[in-house]
Design a binder for this molecule. Structure first.
Ligand code: HEC
Ligand code: HEC
Length: 326
């Protein structure tokens, strides 16, 4: 009896210590910096709960057939497996849906980095004719008819359902989508020297030391967020960042994407034009197409079949299975 008492005391103490020493909301993986959270939209559990409910709710689209998760599916690391995303009434969107893993760390949103914040970005799919083809005021009106939303908005922002609560809560939920528990992370940051096999370790060395990949896809999130061109085409259907700046030097320029969970987020590139990692590597080996804005870092190189397989094995080790089973 005494023993049982002592055990439960230890157990209670352990819970106490854990809940004090851990960030109550964001779990920052080892090796990752603290992400920036806006002063005026601090994370709370009720804000995240509201944002998550909206993210998965078809109430957001005009004909109630689509939610954010239609194009950003958790099991595909918040992408959709389509070349280009498909919105309301089966209309095609002009780009491939990117992963939402680690968006909290992005300085600017959208593939050409034209959107200033996660809060502002929420407006885009709601109003796009090819996506939800709706209006944020009308989303709020629908929510007012649902007592659960009325309560959640009250708890989260002390307001009735309104555009502020919609944009801010979804941004809070997106900030929790942090992915940093792949085999690579276990090896590199969590001290598990057995997490990567020898093939993956050889691939890691190619990626970081022998090839030029890490000059753009470096750092904890495998992207320096540089705006550049990797020579996919001689002439691009998508004009890229020039749509914001009007500068020729921004034509067909896109933000370097993260490579986290890359094995599950195919097809690749802004237009989903590359189907497999094998083809991605072939692209870089060829040195890419001639384009005036192509980065001078991209140069042709050769890899044996074995080395190519090593590199692909390494890229596969960036899959975080705890993240995609969200
Ligand atoms: C019809 C498919 C579709 C729907 C629905 C959709 N998205 Fe997206 N999302 C995309 C595509 C495509 C892009 C890339 C667009 C671009 O770069 O111009 C994108 C980009 C984003 C980005 C920027 C990511 C980055 O890397 O910069 C965020 C954040 C985002 N979506 C969140 C949402 C949220 C929140 C919703 C719901 C309110 C939503 N999306 C609904 C297809 C969709
Ligand atoms: C000069 C910077 C730069 C270098 C160096 C570079 N990349 Fe990229 N990478 C990019 C950009 C920019 C894109 C997105 C292009 C687009 O969407 O059209 C990209 C896209 C990718 C993608 C597809 C990502 C996705 O989600 O669609 C993969 C995979 C990739 N690169 C792997 C590599 C590998 C492997 C290397 C080394 C052999 C490498 N990259 C070198 C800039 C770079």
């Amino acid at each position: 009896m005494k023993k049982l008492f002592a055990l439960s005391l230890i157990f209670l103490l352990a819970i106490g210590i854990l809940s004090f020493s851990e960030d109550p909301i964001l779990k920052i993986p080892l090796g990752f910096p603290s992400p920036p959270i806006p002063e005026d939209n601090q994370l709370t559990n009720s804000r995240i709960a509201l944002g998550k409910k909206l993210f998965f709710d078809k109430v957001m689209s005009r004909d109630s057939t689509l939610s954010c998760a239609t194009c950003h599916k958790p099991e595909y690391a918040f992408t959709d497996r389509l070349e280009k995303a498909v919105g309301i009434r089966n209309q095609q969107v002009s780009r491939n849906a990117p992963t939402l893993a680690n968006v909290v760390y992005l300085d600017k949103l959208l593939l050409d980095a034209v959107n200033p914040s996660l809060e502002a970005q929420v407006m885009v799919p709601i109003h796009e004719k090819n996506e939800f083809d709706f209006h944020i005021i009308l989303v709020a009106e629908r929510m007012k008819k649902n007592p659960e939303y009325v309560k959640l908005c009250e708890d989260a922002y002390q307001s009735e359902p309104n555009p502020y609560a919609i944009t801010h809560s979804i941004a809070c939920y997106e900030r929790t989508l942090i992915s940093g528990n792949s085999a690579y992370d276990q090896f590199k940051y969590q001290g598990d020297s057995t997490a990567l096999n020898s093939e993956e370790r050889r691939g890691m060395s190619l990626f970081f030391n022998e090839l030029y990949c890490a000059s753009c896809h470096g750092g904890f999130n495998f992207s320096d967020q540089a705006l550049t061109n990797n020579g996919l085409y001689e002439s691009y259907a998508d004009s890229g960042r020039i749509r914001l700046t009007g500068l020729e030097t921004d034509r067909a320029v896109f933000r370097v994407p993260t490579l986290r969970n890359i094995a599950v987020t195919y097809p690749y590139m802004h237009d989903g034009g590359v189907e497999s990692l094998d083809e991605v590597i072939e692209h870089y080996m060829s040195g890419g197409k001639t384009h005036p804005n192509k980065s001078s870092i991209i140069q042709p190189f050769q890899l044996t079949k074995e080395k190519k397989e090593d590199l692909i094995a390494f890229l596969h080790s960036l899959t975080d299975s705890s993240f995609i089973s969200h």
